[in-house]
Ligand binder design. Structure first.
Ligand code: FAD
Ligand code: MLT
Ligand code: ZN
Length: 476
């Protein structure tokens, strides 16, 4: 297609027949959904930009159920779209045509938690926030946190290798996920659900499934290493008058807060305007071009507060920071975090959002936003920047009142060329899904993409698992 983000033609998969429905109904009585009204929300993505037309939603409760579904679909050549909380931002979690939706929403059991090792083992459909609550009652926390926590599933997090707000401190899921149980395309169950921190017995197969966006297998269970709940948490919300000052604040913060730093996030003034306009949130400090959210998490409140105050004094007296406020109490902490976490939601009120999730050398991240503003001139309604400074991950978002192909043509491939020129990644944490699959070559050499294609062909020879996603339409 002329637009590389658009859907390719439907591949020659079988279509669901009455006989297929009878099989599914016998296997999943009451959990084979065909009512068009009930299917609506599963056919459209969170951003409401990708719309499928599936007639069947399956809600298994067990690994055995998933295995039987896939064995049957593979034999019948029926395409399947695995779906967790459907909060993905790249059009990966919804069908493109009539793929069967396989939802993990009823796979929500915690199997075990070891409060000595901190290792949690659970089904893939557990909602991230529910897991967080479960762990907090036991004095632990999840190693990841993100704005979509109330809806996203741990299986979806692992399938996208979600980064989020705590990656700076606890690292990526590639380190914290210790084991996975996965059902392969032909229904075989791959049990790699280890609960060991160290295990060098051969290839680390679970890594293949982390970040593979449902194209290589369906994750049915996860074991994950969880940190202790910090005794003291502080959040500072600061303002800077330039991005250079924000970067210097980051450098200073790393040096002075060291081991207690758990997040360093930013949003620009345009994001703040949208939070105020659409969500009626209040800016707690004086207006400025850039805002920072810093979180500390440690084991000694007095020690942490002392460190934080020394740091704040330093950045204020050196005028790196123009204004700021600090919270130590849970409701105020939550309110400050909302200013960062709810930018995504605020943007949806502006119309159509073009989302870019870019890794770059950290000192370059805001140059892209400024350059894009110059490049687009008056074509876009908003060009905003926010993201995970600590991880060198920019979220560049561009809005227009409705989908605008001229605007899209002005943004892409310009944004990807820009990123590639600085050896960045065109998908830092959201994945490629449907929207970005054909841009993979901006970040990966063709040999690597070809090998990905071979792995896909080996694990899913008929290509039934999440077709049209992640890999480009034509592998060079
Ligand atoms: P879905 O959206 O349902 O699916 C995502 C992909 O994984 C799809 O390709 C799907 O086919 C596949 N999949 C889902 N479950 C399985 C499974 N069990 N087995 C195999 N494949 C599966 N992402 C970040 O990285 N960092 C953030 O800070 C962040 N914040 C967000 C904030 C908001 C408000 C929103 C809406 C999204 C945010 N995201 C963020 C996007 C992120 O990808 C998702 O929120 C989350 O990781 C996806 O989980 P999910 O259960 O909703 O998966
Ligand atoms: C975030 O960091 O807020 C998320 O990745 C969502 C987004 O990019 O909008
Ligand atoms: Zn993010």
């Amino acid at each position: 297609p002329a637009n590389p983000s658009a859907a390719p033609p439907r591949l020659p998969f079988s279509r669901v027949t009455q006989e297929d429905l009878s099989f599914f109904r016998a296997l999943l009585p009451g959990r084979t959904i065909t009512d068009p009204d009930l299917l609506k929300s599963s056919n459209v993505d969170w951003l409401k930009t990708v719309q499928g037309s599936s007639d069947v939603l399956l809600r298994p409760k067990t690994t055995e159920g998933v295995s039987q579904i896939l064995r049957y679909c593979n034999e019948r050549n029926l395409a399947v779209c695995p779906q967790g909380g459907n909060t993905g931002l790249v059009g990966g979690s919804v069908p493109v045509f009539d793929e069967i939706i396989l939802s993990t929403s009823l796979m929500n059991q915690v199997f075990a938690f070891d409060n000595i090792s901190g290792i949690l083992t659970c089904q893939a459909g557990c909602v991230l926030e529910n897991l967080s609550h479960y762990l907090e009652e036991r004095d632990f926390i999840m190693p990841l946190d993100l704005g979509a926590k109330g809806s996203c599933h741990i299986g979806g997090n692992v399938s996208t290798n979600a980064g989020g707000l705590r990656l700076l401190r606890y690292g990526s899921l590639r380190g914290t996920v210790l084991g996975l149980e996965v059902v392969l395309a032909d229904g075989h169950v791959l049990n790699c659900l280890a609960t060991l921190r160290k295990d060098n017995t051969g290839y680390d197969l679970k890594q293949l499934f982390i970040g593979s966006e449902g194209t290589l297998g369906v994750i049915t269970a996860v074991s994950i290493l969880c940190p202790r709940k910090p005794k003291a948490v502080n959040v500072a919300f600061l303002g800077c008058s330039s991005f250079q000052q924000l970067l210097e604040t980051f450098q200073c913060c790393r040096g002075m807060l060291g081991e207690i730093l758990s997040a360093f996030e930013f949003l620009d003034a345009s994001c703040m305007n949208l939070l105020e306009k659409h969500l009626k949130l209040t800016n707690p400090i004086t207006e400025c071009p850039f805002y920072i959210v810093i979180e500390t998490a440690g084991s000694n409140a007095t020690h942490d507060e002392e460190k934080l105050h020394q740091f704040l004094e330093e950045v204020m007296t050196s005028s790196l920071v123009t204004d700021g406020t600090v919270a130590t109490e849970a409701t105020k902490i939550k309110a400050l975090w909302s200013l960062r976490e709810r930018v995504t939601e605020a943007l949806t009120h502006e119309g159509y959002t073009y989302k870019y999730d870019i890794s770059l050398p950290v000192e370059k991240i805001y140059d892209l936003v400024q350059d894009m503003r110059r490049h687009l001139g008056g074509m876009a309604k908003n060009v905003v920047g926010y993201g995970h400074v600590g991880d060198g991950n920019l979220h560049l978002n561009i809005t227009s009142p409705s989908k605008d192909f001229d605007l899209l043509a002005a943004i892409e491939p310009y944004v990807y060329e820009w990123t590639s020129q600085w050896k960045g990644s065109i998908s830092a944490e959201h994945g490629l899904g449907l929207k970005k699959r054909n841009y993979i070559y901006y970040s990966k050499p063709s040999e690597a993409v070809a090998l990905m294609g071979s792995i896909k062909a080996m694990l899913d020879p008929k290509g039934i698992l999440n077709p049209y996603k992640t890999l480009p339409d034509n592998i060079n």
